[in-house]
Write a protein that binds this ligand. Sequence first.
Ligand code: UDP
Length: 337
Amino acid sequence: MMMNLKKVVLPSDSDFLGKTILVAGAAGFVPGHLSEFYLKKGARIIGIDNFITGSRSNSEYLQREYKNFKFYEMDLIYGLPDLRDEKIDYIFSLASPASPIDFAKIPIEIMRVNSEGTLRLLDLAREKGARFLEASTSEVYGDPEIHPQVEDYVGHVQINGPRSCYDESKRFAEAMTSSYRMKYTVDTRIVRIFNTYGPRMRANDGRVVPNFINQALRGEELTVYGDGSQTRSFCYVTDLVTAIHNVMFSEDHTPFNIGNSDEKTILETAELIIKILNSKSKITFKPLPKDDPVRRRPSLKKLQSISDYKPEVDFESGMIKTAEYFLNSKNNFKMDS
Ligand code: UDP
């Protein structure tokens, strides 16, 4: 229930001086932005990534720009760096591949990092007395039967389908996080991340926003799966980081949806991207992948009952910023004239 949750009191930037934060998956898209958010506040970050889906350019960028960023190339499934002499204040568990194209290629790695990897991080939190945040997902709701999705909804999840490796291992990670809190009083937080986009996503990530933007920039057809009537609600990455920050510094251990509730059909998303980027691309229809959720929109009431969170970057400006990133990045896609 969300009655009477305490309002979050956010720490000031100076509170982060001398604090050490471990970010698992630091070379990934969301964790890279999260790391930079805290580096800017003066925290020290220990980043870990095995680059299975994270980008070397992301970790190299953080290493170049911030002297407080220490990076280890490691696979959490097999171990952690030697952190014996480290004081760790906060741990963010964000080390999971999350694109449907990854689910087909590396399902075992996904299941293992969300179970064995998360377990390792929880043990570390217990040992260090660190606060721990598990980055869960809207996928725990599966193909939801209620709309918008509220945190109390227990989901409609396929156990043996193409998305199960991610959905079920994140459900497991949430359950284990709660078990560590109940059994060992580890100070835990859980967020459920909805569709997020922005600069520093992989161009070949396979998800809808990088696909559509790059197709539109190249003047290629935008590939809408199914009839495009399925919906998603897209959140710009800096807004998502603000939401994570609000939950981390709340006093509530139960899950929070985080994202943007601006829901659009995928066909509408394709049309808008073509219009915003002034592209000449057309739309083509491809088969709908199995178990593709029909509707998805977070209820943000719970998050907004504890914080002043409001997404600041609207769809159009977010898409423009993301397109600029792809245009300026190494791939340097040329607009068709
Ligand atoms: N999608 C699409 N064209 C693409 C990639 C994705 O129509 O090139 C659709 C996909 O079927 C889904 C939605 O866009 O309905 C969001 O897909 P994405 O892979 O970004 O993430 P999901 O929310 O499904 O995990």
